[in-house]
Design a protein around this ligand. Sequence first.
Ligand SMILES: Nc1nc2c(c(=O)[nH]1)N[C@H]1C(S)=C(S)[C@@H](COP(=O)(O)OP(=O)(O)OC[C@H]3O[C@@H](n4cnc5c(N)ncnc54)[C@H](O)[C@@H]3O)O[C@H]1N2
Ligand code: MOO
Length: 394
Amino acid sequence: MISVDEALSRLFALSAPLGSETVPLRHGAGRVLAEPVVAGLDQPPFAASAMDGYAIRETDHRPGVRLNVIGEAAAGLGFSGTLSHGEAVRIFTGAPVPEGADRVVLQEDVSREGDRITLTGPLEHGANIRAAGQDFHAGDRIEVPRRLSATDLALIAAMNVAELRVARRPIVAIMATGNELVMPGEAPGPDQIIASNGYALAAMAEAEGAEVRMLPIARDSESSLRHTLALAEGADLIVTIGGASVGDHDLVGKVTADLGMERSFYKIAMRPGKPLMAGRLAGSTLLGLPGNPVSSVVCGHVFMLPMLRAMQGLPAAPAPVRRGVLAAPVEANGPRAHYMRARVEQRDGACLIHPFEQQDSALLTVLAEADALLIRPVGDGPQPAGTAAEFIPI
Ligand SMILES: Nc1nc2c(c(=O)[nH]1)N[C@H]1C(S)=C(S)[C@@H](COP(=O)(O)OP(=O)(O)OC[C@H]3O[C@@H](n4cnc5c(N)ncnc54)[C@H](O)[C@@H]3O)O[C@H]1N2
Ligand code: MOO
């Protein structure tokens, strides 16, 4: 059995970046930027008014001063002349500030009669002008890699960039295995259960930017496994669920070996997740997860998601870890790192980790209540409440 860290580094060796593609800006949300975006212009491109009011000269900015209104500047249609001492231009928010003006007074601070205004004050300090390039300048860059947020898209649009070069979406084929499994909505036989964890893994992979193909359930026979694996052709990552352990019907290891998989490892010092396997099979990376629902989803967080990030050019890094303190004592841990299902509570500025009483790796109800995986290191002794500990938010 290898350690979790060793397994991750071997998985990263199987998770090279996949290359990039061009997408319209509208489809950029959540994608990983593969080439820097370069602003094509200054924003704002001209000094712009921040308020509705009158553009004037700073030297005229005194209570009681009277000025002639010589024209108008609106957003989209500026004033083409130059403003002199004793003059004002009616101006609206977003309009270019006319030549010669260096302040905008609010219309609330002005009284107007015909084409003359009087500054009534009290006058505020701000010039109410947004300098050209105040937000960004032509040539400013958004660097890579970066997962694009909704606001990134607005920024890129403002930079006048309509298409993006982004990492290609990893194609993930998910394949459940087992004679006992039927699909949700089907009528299970007396010895059967419903295939469940593939749905969690698919949703997790999609949220990480992958394109998921759900393969049909493979039965516990060599021919069914071969047949179903063939349907994964072209996938960047094949995720198998179940059939990974040592039982007579656990055939994923044998069949993939017969098909020529270059195995990277099998079995890790982790609980749940011991029978994890990985390798390269016919141009795809294969991640063989244990069948227990919780085991497969925990391995999804700890291994699959970091792999998908690396495939999209993000740093090859473990799942982000946070620190908190144990809200209850925990027993000594054994020879496998234990990723315990837990709930995290913020109280009085402290982050309290509540591990669940029941940690059986078949309990989806517990997993659904959990928002954290408390990490118990290999051989960790019993720990009292209040001990500092690390967890992965899920
Ligand atoms: N003698 C030993 N037995 C077991 C060992 C061991 O070291 N020696 N390891 C145990 C551990 S740890 C795990 S984890 C499991 C994993 O076994 P498999 O990966 O072979 O998984 P299966 O036997 O196929 O299934 C386990 C369990 O999960 C259910 N399952 C499977 N797929 C799904 C699915 N898609 N949706 C919902 N539930 C699923 C399956 O019915 C079984 O109940 O092995 C231990 N045994
Ligand atoms: O390692 Mo198994 O994954 O305990 O349930």
